[in-house]
Design a protein around this ligand. Structure first.
Ligand SMILES: [Zn+2]
Length: 95
């Protein structure tokens, strides 16, 4: 659809929604928009955006780290712990 279904204004560029009424130009645009949002949420930039947009940034950051930890596979966790233990042992032996 080239015009807004609500106000009839012509579509500008790559916008999915009408900037005046916040209405999607078509069902396809709505789907594309959702897909874009979903993709952005999975990127580091998108995740940081969510943290910075939160009212309580510290809480959001903690929630994000918890989420990352929950979604991290066990194998990666073990590797991380091994690296951590190794670095810790190294630091302790130097001190
Ligand atoms: Zn409109």
């Amino acid at each position: 659809m080239r015009n807004c279904p609500q106000c009839g204004k012509a579509r500008k560029g790559e916008e999915f929604k009408c900037p005046t009424c916040d209405v999607f130009y078509s069902k396809l645009d709505e789907l594309l928009y959702e897909e874009q949002q979903k993709n952005e949420q999975n990127t580091l930039k998108g995740r940081l955006k969510i943290i910075f947009a939160a009212d309580n940034r510290k809480q959001a950051a903690v929630a994000e780290l918890t989420h990352i930890w929950k979604t991290t596979p066990l194998k990666t966790k073990i590797t991380l712990w091994t690296i951590f233990a190794f670095v810790f042992a190294l630091v302790v032996s130097v001190l």
